[in-house]
Design a protein around this ligand. Sequence first.
Ligand code: ITT
Length: 214
Amino acid sequence: MSTKATRSLHLSSSLGGELYFVSSNKHKFEEVQAFLASALPSIRLRFFEAELSEPRARLEEVAKEKAREAFALVKKPLFVEDSGLFIDAYKGFPAQYSSWVYKTLGLDGVLKLMSGFEGEERRAHFKAIIAFTHDGSHVQLFEGIVKGRISDEKRGREGFGYDPIFIPEGYDKTFAEDKHLKRKLSHRYKALNAFKGFLEELTSPSDVETKNER
Ligand code: ITT
């Protein structure tokens, strides 16, 4: 059996059909749950609520650190996610400071920062990094990005965080105005889709055998 196939089998059995999502954000969990319930119904998703430390580093580094810290608490296969809003006109700010900016400046503060910017100058994107670990040491990352722009005003009541001021590319509604739009296009759903491919490979015995035969 190839090393990759052995590892897949080991990972698959350590997963045991159960997977933890660790976060302080219940809205995120709801979105993750909605996705996995229909995409991978065989996996039992558990929510472990915890505020994990977020060093001021790139999302990838933050997500890795969060996964390792979460494993010390849960000691079961798990994933975490770190996201951020990146505004082109501010060279990607607030990025890893997204949480802090949301709590301090708030949406009105961000809209103020954007006053005087028009059209292309309002371009922004969301990025999500999912970090999965089954042993607290190996960490796999999955990325999702959605491009869009900052709206002129807050619109909509769905979603959370920056959703009322983010309009995905090719549309005129904010994520907070249309949760179906968010479900279809968001950074989180794209990262989850990539993660889903990995989980499918992990939990499908026939796939392991096929690889084994190659
Ligand atoms: P964790 O415990 O999972 O880290 P969090 O709310 O701290 O939850 P992040 O650090 O990943 O999440 O998010 C940084 C900021 O970006 C935070 O203010 C969120 O509200 C915001 N954010 C994340 N995902 C979002 C989304 O899908 N739509 C709008 N805002 C989002």
